[in-house]
Design a protein around this ligand. Structure first.
Ligand SMILES: [Zn+2]
Length: 317
């Protein structure tokens, strides 16, 4: 059964991880290989002839052709960090292997760094995951539902129109055999035609078939070239309606993840990050052993994220 295959797949054990990435030198070599698989390539002139020197802790590459100097971490999400790469690598490992998510507090404890440092690492890596998720649109058969985060009760669906909650669209695409393929969860301003139309144009491929409950605004997916099949619940619980089985399962998983790990964070400000991190893991659930490697590749190819971009407002959660 599909779910068991996921639950019982071997992950990457901590000893295995440490054997490969336990020292700064190993992490440097790994990052170098990820950034320049065919050897150094000057980001300015494209030349490959270079010399290498150290600026304090960091390895720096100098292009022989144009004299441009590029540190190993410049141009990646690690740019500007004073932390050793071993700390970042361990964070990537812990975040990618934590099936039900990891709180910033737990991450900080395991990394042995302060809470603000753990917060920044966590959010930078979640932003990397969000960037990865943004590259895909859902296509084919898609179940959608309206859901909320935050407020007095965290996680899952807790009723429309509740105050202090972040509304988000939850969507899951299904295979021909009705197995879940990809999920997408996106905070939106509200469940209006305009929001849903804009959401569908961004996240759904035209020609997709969308199944929803009777909430009127879901009709707006037709504006994105999708066909729409609403099901009026008429008092039935969504769980017993087969066309909503997977979206409910996924929302249930999210609720477990949120209530277990993220109970203290400010949903309103960072909902998109946490939802993207959840989706990132879910969408790669068959590849637990290599997830850290994928996240590392994503981090190395994600442009630097200044703190002010992440911390849109000061928040202590
Ligand atoms: Zn150059």
């Amino acid at each position: 059964m599909a779910m068991n295959r996921i639950q019982f797949q071997p992950g990457l054990s901590m000893p295995e991880f440490l054997k490969e990435y336990g020292s700064e030198l190993q992490c440097e070599q790994s990052l170098e290989k990820v950034r320049w698989p065919d050897g150094f390539n000057c980001p300015r002139c494209g030349g490959s002839d270079h010399s290498v020197f150290r600026d304090g802790q960091r390895k720096v590459f100098q292009c022989t052709g144009c004299r441009h100097q590029a540190s190993l971490i410049a141009g990646t999400v690690f740019q500007g960090t004073k932390l050793p790469l071993t700390t970042w690598y361990l964070a990537i490992y812990l975040i990618s292997q934590a099936k039900t998510g990891l709180s910033t507090l737990a991450l900080g404890r395991q990394l042995g760094v302060s809470y603000p440092t753990a917060w920044l690492i966590h959010h930078k890596l979640m932003q990397v995951m969000a960037g990865r998720e943004d590259r895909y649109t859902l296509t084919g058969k898609i179940q959608v539902d309206d859901a909320y985060l935050g407020g007095e009760r965290t996680g899952g669906k807790v009723g429309r129109g509740s105050e202090n909650k972040v509304p988000f669209v939850a969507a899951v695409s299904l295979s021909e055999a009705n197995h879940p393929l990809w999920v997408r969860m996106t905070p939106i301003a509200g469940f209006t035609n305009e929001s849903l139309s804009a959401w569908a144009k961004t996240h759904l491929a035209p020609g997709s078939t969308v199944y929803s409950d009777g909430l009127a605004c879901f009709r707006a997916v037709t504006e994105a070239g999708c066909s729409h099949y609403p099901t009026v619940m008429a008092g039935r619980k969504p769980k017993v309606v087969p066309s909503f089985k997977w979206i409910n399962t996924v929302l249930g998983n999210l609720k477990t993840s949120i209530s277990g790990c993220y109970h203290a964070f400010g949903f309103e400000k960072y909902a998109a990050h946490y939802l993207a991190a959840f989706c990132y893991r879910f969408n790669r659930r068959f590849n637990l052993r290599t997830l850290h490697q994928r996240l590392l590749v994503a981090a190395a190819s994600t442009t630097p994220q200044p703190l002010r971009m992440i911390r849109l407002a000061d928040v202590h959660c």
